[in-house]
Design a binder for this molecule. Structure first.
Ligand SMILES: Cc1ncc(COP(=O)(O)O)c(C=O)c1O
Length: 291
């Protein structure tokens, strides 16, 4: 099946995806009441896998779903193996919903979560060297964007609007502050300083975002976790998006503001892309699988 995995892990078993069934009373189906995570296996090991599992655990805790993520590495190892993806680059999707219960907003505490995961081949370029354009939109999502929940309708609508209008992403602003994009975080470079929105409840604290901030700190690039205002956009010199599958994507245009001409990526974005590539190569060669 194109783009569907052949095998999925569902509630303790790895089964053909065509046989995987979930109750219509699952709260994930009824309310989008669940958390998900996406991570990559590159060169045979998980790229910041522990950080992804930690975020999954923290988000589950935030919405009061009890699930011990320490069982996942063993499960994922088997899943990757039966998916014939051992030592291959792939994307791993994990979702944990609250489970099955009669439809009521308030949730029971004594139900088993529904756990699903799959792995798909996923090849990324060494460096994402194709600049992309984005458009802005008022952040109409809720106020807990720090929770990586499966109810992604706001993000889905925003991204669909961007794609249908020929752009890669929609970038949100809230009270004039640029927050993040529909499935990525955003960084700006202004007067040689790198800026990104602080990791509060208005954004998802991306694993790639944290990696980029650390890379800047270790390499004497000044970085501030401070929001750029919409009114700052004409003064910005460079802008880029970060995300697990996006990696680091230079932005050539935000609405009418042009940052890149003739695909010439700005010097700080380019440097960070190179540092990210070096890290990717060293991490994935050095680190064992998460255990
Ligand atoms: C809303 C949002 N912000 C940021 C990100 C980037 O997070 P990460 O770097 O962990 O993939 C994502 C990823 O899915 C996202 O959905």
């Amino acid at each position: 099946m194109a783009n569907y995995p052949d095998k999925v892990f569902l509630n303790g078993e790895i089964i053909p995806s065509t046989e995987a069934k979930v109750s219509v009373f699952d709260r994930g189906f009824l309310f989008g009441d669940g958390i998900y995570e996406v991570m990559l296996q590159i060169n045979g090991s998980y790229f910041f896998g522990q950080e992804h599992l930690n975020r999954l655990s923290e988000c589950l805790h935030k919405i009061n779903i009890e699930y011990d993520v320490t069982v996942l590495p063993e499960i994922l190892k088997k899943l990757v193996s039966v998916s014939n993806l051992e030592h291959k680059d792939c994307l791993i999707y994990i979702q944990v919903t609250r489970g099955i219960a009669p439809r009521k907003h308030a949730f029971p505490l004594d139900i088993e979560p529904t756990v699903m995961a799959y792995a798909l081949p996923f090849l990324l370029p060494e460096i994402n060297d194709k600049p992309i354009s984005v458009i802005t939109q008022k952040d109409f999502r809720w106020h807990r964007c720090d929770i990586k929940m499966t109810s992604l309708l706001g993000n889905v609508m925003a991204n669909d609007w961007a794609i249908k209008n020929g752009h890669f992403e929609t970038v949100f602003y809230r009270d004039d502050k640029i927050t993040e994009a529909s499935h990525s975080n955003i960084f700006f470079v202004k007067n040689d300083v790198v800026y990104t929105h602080p990791a509060d409840e208005n954004i998802l604290n991306g694993i790639t975002r944290a990696i980029v901030i650390n890379l800047c700190k270790k390499n004497n690039i000044e970085v501030q976790e401070e929001a750029i205002m919409q009114s700052d956009l004409p003064m910005v010199n460079e802008a880029f998006l970060t995300g697990t599958s996006t990696q680091i994507a230079a932005i050539n245009m935000i609405d009418d503001h042009v940052y890149i001409k003739n695909n010439k990526i700005g010097p700080i974005t380019k440097k960070i892309q190179q540092l990210f590539l070096n890290l990717k190569n060293s991490q994935t060669k050095r680190l064992p699988q998460v255990s």
